[in-house]
Structure formats: structure tokens, C-alpha cells
Design a protein around this ligand. Structure first.
Ligand code: BJW
Length: 246
């Protein structure tokens, strides 16, 4: 099990990257597993700026369905989300959670130091005024921006292929200074997130741990790996990490 060297790093800075696999047991679909989202819908049709320009109604429909799913009663944080929130509150050093997920399950579990690098399903971006507002209803071509009052400019505030993920400078700064990097429930197919582990290895400083159902694309970069459902292996890993500090 990974240890943070207490002598070198008394407070131990941790960066955690999460992907769709952590929310799978909460009832949300992954993208690239068999039967996942990209097996039913083409990326080019719903997850690029060009798709939105070509057929905004279709893109709205895709995200409206996922928003309704996220807000349904049976979708809630699982033991893995809760364990990461516990780690943030009990760990003596900084814990930064970087999620690729657009759901709000980390917030609902209690995580606070959190970056949504691929955006948030429950926020709208106005292309007229660049305002970003909470949005929990269906979105349509004639939806009105709560900030500027104009219709026709709203899109879901997520990062599509070809767009720049959010807060990259802050993320790379945290990766450069971290003592432990933990990657959870991500297939390692999408950059720049897939390159974070190599970034940490390049500093020669941080330990790197993968917690996933199966080895990801970048599994060989990690110094330690544990495989199984996130709701089982994440709480065990967090418990051990906290025990080792005491
Ligand atoms: C479990 C489990 C359980 C299951 N327990 N585990 C070559 C050509 C063209 C483009 C590129 C290129 N090389 C790189 C690019 C850039 C491109 C890219 O990466 N393309 C690749 C396809 C090659 N990237 C971009 O365009 C990004 N922007 C960018 O690069 O800007 C320029 C830049 C330059 C320099 C620095 C910084 C930036 C933007 C990427 C946007 C991704 N958007 C999406 C959709 C939007 C949001 C949404 O609709 O939800 O984000 S795509 C989709 O994939 C989504 C996810 O966040 C993302 C990652 O998926 P994730 O989370 O890994 O899910 P899965 O399904 O792949 O994996 C799930 C894993 O969980 C699996 O391993 C399972 O085993 C596991 N699992 N059940 C634990 N119970």
C-alpha cells in the first residue's frame, strides 16, 4: 500500500482524478464500457461544437435526457464518493479532487475542493453574454438566459472534443506539487486527463495509484493498482491511507 513519506512531506498533498466509473454504481452510464454511451450515440453527433452548430436540438435532447436521469430519485452518491469526501475532511494536507464527470455526485457527497474539468450538466452557458448559471430544467432553442434575458444562446456548460477543459493551469500546478496522485474509474482514453499520471511521474516526486474496475489504457504508468468496483475498493483505500497517518 502506498505511503506518503511523512518526513519529507508532513502534510502530504493529494490530487485525485475521477471518471465515469465512480458514478456507475450510482446508476449513471460510463462512455466506453460495453453498452456505454458511445456504443449508442456517435461522439460526432452530440459531443463536439460542430454537432451543436449543425443540430442543436439533438444535442439539447441528449443532455436533457442525461440531466433528467441525474435528477431522478434513484441516482445518489455511492460509497466511493462518500469516502473521497471523508478523505478531504480528515486528511491533514490538501486534497484536490479533479473530476471529468459532469454529474454533481461529488458535491452531494460533501467534497468541496473540486474542479469539474469537463464542466457541469446542471449549468448553462450563454453564448451571447458568456454568463454561466445553474440550470436544472430541459434546455431548448428558445430558452432564455437568466443573466442577459436573450433567447437562443444557451448550451450546456460541458467541454466537448476540441474545446479546452476548465482550470488547466490550476490542475497542472497541483499535479507538479503533489505527493500522491490517485486515478479512479477512468479508462485513460481522453486527453489531457489521460496524461496526468505521466505528468506526476515526470516530477519524480509523487506516488501514483490506479483504482479501477480493470487496467486502464495508461495502467503501466502507475506505481500501484487495485482493481474492483469503486464502491468497494475506494473506501478500503481511503481507510488504509487515513490509518497510516495516525
Ligand atoms: C469502473 C466501474 C466501477 C466501470 N468501478 N471503475 C488525437 C486526435 C484528435 C484529438 C485528440 C487526439 N489526441 C488527443 C486529442 C484531444 C481530445 C482527445 O483526448 N481525444 C481522444 C479521443 C484521443 N481531447 C480533447 O479534445 C479535450 N480538449 C483538449 O484536448 O483541448 C486542448 C488542450 C491542449 C493542451 C492542454 C489542455 C487542453 C476535450 C475532451 C472533452 C471530453 N468530453 C467528454 C464528453 C463531455 C461531457 C459529457 O457529455 O459527459 O467527457 S468525452 C467523455 O470521455 C466525457 C468523459 O469525461 C471523458 C472520459 O471518460 P471516462 O470518464 O474515462 O469514462 P470511460 O467510459 O471511458 O471509462 C470508464 C472507466 O471506468 C473504465 O475504465 C471502466 O473499466 C471503469 N469502470 N465501472 C470502477 N463500478
Amino acid at each position: 500500500m502506498t505511503r506518503i513519506d511523512k518526513a519529507q512531506s508532513p502534510s502530504g498533498r493529494i490530487v485525485i482524478l475521477t471518471g465515469a466509473g465512480i458514478s456507475k454504481e450510482s446508476g449513471l452510464e460510463t462512455f466506453r464500457d460495453p453498452g456505454g454511451i458511445w456504443s449508442r450515440v456517435r461522439i460526432e453527433d452530440v459531443a463536439t461544437p460542430e454537432a451543436f452548430t449543425r443540430d442543436p436540438e439533438r444535442v439539447h435532447g441528449f443532455y436533457n435526457a442525461r440531466r433528467q436521469g441525474l435528477l431522478s430519485d434513484n441516482v445518489r452518491p455511492n460509497a466511493a464518493h462518500l469516502a473521497l469526501a471523508r478523505l478531504e475532511s480528515e486528511w491533514p494536507g490538501e486534497v484536490l479532487l479533479v473530476t471529468q464527470n459532469i454529474d454533481d455526485l461529488h458535491e452531494r457527497a460533501g467534497s468541496r475542493n473540486l474542479i469539474h474539468m469537463h464542466g457541469e450538466l446542471l449549468r448553462a452557458l450563454c453564448l451571447h453574454c458568456r454568463g454561466v448559471e445553474v440550470w436544472r430544467d430541459d434546455m431548448a432553442l428558445d430558452s432564455v438566459c437568466p443573466t442577459c434575458g436573450r433567447a437562443g444562446g444557451l448550451r450546456v456548460n460541458v467541454v466537448w472534443f476540441g474545446e479546452m477543459p476548465f482550470e488547466m493551469e490550476r490542475i497542472y500546478q497541483a499535479l507538479a506539487g503533489c505527493d500522491l496522485f490517485i486515478s479512479i474509474g477512468t479508462s485513460g482514453n481522453v486527453y489531457p486527463a489521460a496524461g496526468f499520471v505521466a505528468e506526476v511521474r515526470g516530477t519524480g516526486r509523487g506516488a501514483t495509484v490506479e483504482l479501477n474496475l480493470e487496467p486502464s489504457e495508461g495502467h503501466s504508468h502507475f506505481t500501484e493498482s487495485h482493481y474492483g468496483p469503486a464502491s468497494e475498493i475506494v473506501p478500503i483505500f481511503v481507510e488504509t491511507l487515513l490509518q497510516e497517518r495516525t
